[in-house]
Design a protein around this ligand. Structure first.
Ligand code: FMN
Ligand code: SF4
Length: 666
């Protein structure tokens, strides 16, 4: 089958339909399962859930994997809790709850009306109980209960019970989650399965659990739905399986003749080898896993995913024989319409996923109750707000003159949305280029993808006719002379300078100036950090890559505390490779000519360090709202907005969302 005649000739393979078991997938673009927590009622399919995932189907993604469905675990009757937060163990079968089947059916109907298919993932994400009492996620070291034979039997039945309910709902396919340290992977893994009974041992024995799950499902549902598995191509942990051993295990699983597809990715959730690969990873860097299984399993379609954010890369993977279907999950979070845009040849309109991992960070935020884990994307403000935008987004009733000052993330987004709605927008930027802090972030090693968002905004502002004036500094009177109906001050922030004795010395510089290439530093550098996200490791990495000997002095327990566990491995491995030394729990007390004095963050002794040529401060930033207050004092009748970091410095996602809301308000 080939792509239809409206398809851009560049993507003939990507838009060719494919039969997968009983389902016909309209093209090769897949939303692999991503539990972004779109539903307002965790674990259920509601209107917010449907709106989020349906946007991708409408935007041309052929395979909608939506979010994972957790199955019930055989918790002992006397165990106190129904839910074990963070561990995935639940007592009640959610798929048996009243209205569940109907809600999934409603979702399937809506997706199928677009021509796409729905594949639901069944998961025993269970860190409470596992094949053996061996820690599952290396970042945590929780020790699970070792399952006995009766519990294993119950678990196998949960899959078949659930499959039956999903068949009633009319889903097109189901996928058994065997990757990402879910329970079936604890059986497959020689590191996590140390059993000596029939469920453990050699490669074949370790597949017994999965084989029985698949056969059990098949006996119940027959060919009603496509049936597949999601696998981790290589464990990359001490004693874990490699790709060769995985291939052997897959050959045993394939003997069951139950598989309609195999979905493979690579990585875990704590180290450099991450299955939600961040900007530090190359595109489809683990494609070898897809290629190997495609060779081994000639007749079974292979889905591969892992940082494919561009239709060109996806087409290339198909052409090179790495897979039959391509996971482009975050590509669709960043831009649910990317597939249609690619098909129509509108490539410059695609908003690419920059690999910042804010989406996964938000969804796993361990310290927030489920209902506050609202889907978030740094570049797409509509994510998690689909119903709001559907209700509130409209063409302007009356064209207004809107002036935006500052071309960072918030300013660009305010200008983009307002112009798209039909307003006459002027964007004034002091610097030679749009992007603001994005330009600094993109100079750090492994962060160049941040520039993709700047390029997207440049293209969009041109497309929507925004009058962009670069290299232009304006005061309140000059703005008022433009006779605006509304003004957004998106003037950003400036680095925070502490009142610490000695920080005005010539050898003390700001991290932003280092990244911008404005500050010169000596050979031995102290990076003094009061910041918990990417800025500290990025500045240290930037310097270390240029051959500097870098030591970080951090205010608290460890750097990067707000970096998600899927990205932190790549960040820290770079610092380790560069031998960057990290001192923790220290707050700068004074800077002398050759000495740095620190106080312990936890009280007690002071410590001094010597021999640094330069000191680089990474202390976050403070708002620069001067223009906003000047305009207020000038008695402007225009509607005034203070936007993004100029209001309060936060992350990229907040700046983008704030800008978008202002663009909607005009
Ligand atoms: C917010 C979020 C939640 C995810 N949840 C799941 C999940 O529940 N099950 C799963 O198999 N993969 C999950 N993933 C992994 C994705 O399916 C996919 O493998 C990953 O995002 C890498 O592919 P991409 O580069 O195309 O985004 C999740 C990813 C994200 C971003
Ligand atoms: S939050 Fe970042 S990683 Fe996630 S989809 Fe958006 S741009 Fe991509």
């Amino acid at each position: 089958m080939s792509a239809d005649s409206t398809t851009s000739t560049r993507f003939q393979r990507l838009f060719a339909p494919l039969r997968v078991g009983p389902m016909l997938v309209p093209n090769r673009i897949c939303e692999t399962t991503n539990t972004i927590r779109a539903a307002r009622m965790p674990g259920f399919v509601d209107d917010a859930f449907i709106a989020h995932h349906l946007a991708k189907a409408k935007g041309g993604t052929g395979w909608i994997g939506s979010e994972t469905f957790l199955l019930n675990s055989p918790l002992p009757a006397e165990a106190a809790d129904e839910f074990f937060p963070g561990t995935g163990a639940i007592r009640i079968p959610l798929f048996k709850m009243p209205g569940f089947v109907e809600s999934v059916a409603k979702f399937c109907e809506a997706v199928r009306a677009t021509g796409s298919v729905v594949v639901c993932q069944l998961t025993q994400l269970n860190f409470t109980m596992a094949a053996s009492s061996v820690p599952i996620v290396e970042a945590y070291d929780w020790i699970p209960h070792e399952l006995d034979a009766s519990e294993i039997g119950q678990l196998i039945r949960t899959y078949a019970d659930a499959a039956e309910e999903f068949a009633k709902a009319g889903v097109d396919g189901i996928e058994i989650h065997c990757a990402h340290e879910t329970l079936p992977q604890t059986f497959l893994s020689p590191a996590m399965n140390t059993r000596h009974d029939e469920w453990g041992g050699d490669a074949r024995a370790r597949t017994k659990f999965l084989r029985e799950v698949l056969v059990g499902i098949k006996q119940r549902i027959g060919d009603a739905m496509a049936l597949g598995i999601r696998l981790n191509g290589q464990e990359d942990r001490e004693g874990g399986y490699d790709l060769l051993e995985l291939r052997e295990m897959v050959s045993h699983v394939a003997e069951t003749r139950t598989l309609d597809f195999v979905n493979v990715d690579v990585g875990h959730s704590w180290g450099k080898t991450s299955y939600v690969q961040s900007s530090y990873h190359g595109h489809a860097v683990y494609r070898e896993a897809g290629m190997a299984l495609k060779v081994d399993l000639e007749d079974i379609p292979i889905l591969f995913s892992g940082r494919v954010n561009d239709p060109g890369v996806a087409e290339q993977l198909l052409e090179e024989g790495c897979c039959d279907l391509v996971g482009m999950t975050r590509a669709g979070i960043a831009d649910p319409e990317f597939a249609n845009k690619a098909r129509e040849g509108r490539l410059s309109e695609i908003r690419r996923c920059i690999g910042c991992n804010r989406c996964i960070a938000q969804s796993i935020q361990d310290d927030a109750p489920d209902m506050f884990k609202k889907p978030t994307c740094s570049v797409n403000p509509e994510v998690g707000n689909e119903l709001f935008y559907a209700m509130r987004y409209e063409r302007a009733q009356q064209k207004k003159r809107f002036v935006v000052v500052g071309g960072g993330a918030a300013g660009c987004e305010a200008a983009r949305i307002a112009a798209r709605r039909g307003h006459a927008v002027t964007l004034i930027e002091r610097g030679p280029k749009l992007g603001g802090q994005l330009n600094l972030a993109s100079r750090a090693p492994g962060r160049d993808s941040f520039e993709d968002f700047v390029i997207f905004q440049e293209n969009q502002l041109a497309l929507h006719g925004v009058d962009v004036r670069l290299g232009t500094e304006v005061d309140a009177q000059e703005i008022l002379a433009l006779e605006p109906d509304a003004v957004a001050c998106a003037t950003g922030s400036v680095p925070r300078v502490p009142a610490t004795p000695g920080v005005d010395a010539a050898h003390v510089v700001q991290g932003w100036d280092v990244l911008a290439g404005r500050a010169q530093v000596g050979e031995r550098v102290a990076v003094v950090s009061q910041e918990d996200y990417f800025e500290t490791p990025n500045v240290a990495d930037y310097l270390a890559e240029r051959g500097k000997r870098v030591e970080i002095f951090h205010k608290w327990m460890g750097i990067g505390a707000q970096i998600d566990r899927y990205s932190i491995g790549a960040v820290m491995s770079r610092l380790t490779e560069h031998s960057v030394l990290i001192h923790t729990g220290l707050r700068l007390a004074s800077v002398g000519s050759g000495t740095l004095e620190f106080r312990s963050a936890f009280g007690g002794r002071t410590r001094s360090f010597e021999g640094f040529d330069s000191v680089v401060l990474v202390y976050g930033s403070v708002p620069d709202a001067r223009l906003y207050y000047e305009l207020k004092e000038a008695g402007s009748t225009a509607r005034l907005f203070l936007v993004g970091s100029a209001w309060v410095p936060r992350s990229l996602a907040e700046a983008t969302q704030h800008g978008a809301r202002v663009g909607m308000e005009i």
